[in-house]
Design a binder for this molecule. Structure first.
Ligand code: SF4
Length: 62
């Protein structure tokens, strides 16, 4: 399993992670920022970490 954290202070709602995630882990929240809706589906690929322009996402294997 993977633990995903989003630093919502850093997040600028670019939604790159929502679009890039191959497992559709994220939904769009009301403020445009990602909601970690399906963390159990995370593949640990770190695509979201790489595409985030502000470095707001971390993914750790737990
Ligand atoms: S690590 Fe990969 S599968 Fe997991 S949330 Fe990020 S983009 Fe999606």
């Amino acid at each position: 399993m993977f633990e995903i954290t989003v630093d919502y202070d850093k997040c600028q709602a670019d939604q790159e992670c929502i679009e890039a995630c191959p497992a559709q882990v994220y939904d769009e929240g009301e403020d445009g920022k990602p909601v970690i809706a399906r963390p159990e589906d995370c593949l640990g690929c770190e695509t979201c970490v790489e595409v985030c322009p502000t470095g707001a996402i971390t993914v750790t294997e737990v």
